[in-house]
Design a protein around this ligand. Sequence first.
Ligand code: IMP
Ligand code: MG
Length: 172
Amino acid sequence: MPHNIKKILIKKNVLERKIRSLADRISRDYRKKNLVLVCVLKGAVVFLSELIKNLSIQFTLDFIQVGSYGKKKIPGKITLKKDIEENVKNKHVLIIEDIIDTGRTLAYIFKLIKKKRPKSIRICSLLDKPSRHEVKVTADYLGFNVPNRFIVGYGIDYNEKFRNLPYIAAVD
Ligand code: IMP
Ligand code: MG
């Protein structure tokens, strides 16, 4: 365990079991529907790859990336770095995110995709910090609630580090 990792919060096997059950639900809910998974770069890629290995339905895959100016200075100032490329009009979009904190990132992405007139939009997030929400965002598919700590691992970084950890941990 790297020295600055304070505590393992969710182990690999627990993550993988939960992701399998999310994939089962998604496979049931979107059977015979035109599903587009929109993965939020970069943190959600590990979650995405574990999730899609367990999906038994057809789907297409797209990516979106946003940036936020120094969260403390201008809270909620979000910019689009990379838009989705697929035409999602009349299709079912499922946004795949790593973690919901204030909810501002997902609120921004939700609004942006809604303008493209999909048939439906839902959110699937591996983690949620409910005590931190500043805007109303609800994950339709959620892995785990986590406490208000700085989270890393399973794709989630601290200054680009720790994405490779196969578990979810808290740093100091
Ligand atoms: P929000 O816009 O405040 O909901 O923040 C969402 C984004 O901030 C996530 O997609 C993450 O990239 C990042 N984030 C939020 N909390 C954490 C954390 O505890 N560790 C690492 N990144 C985080
Ligand atoms: Mg993210």
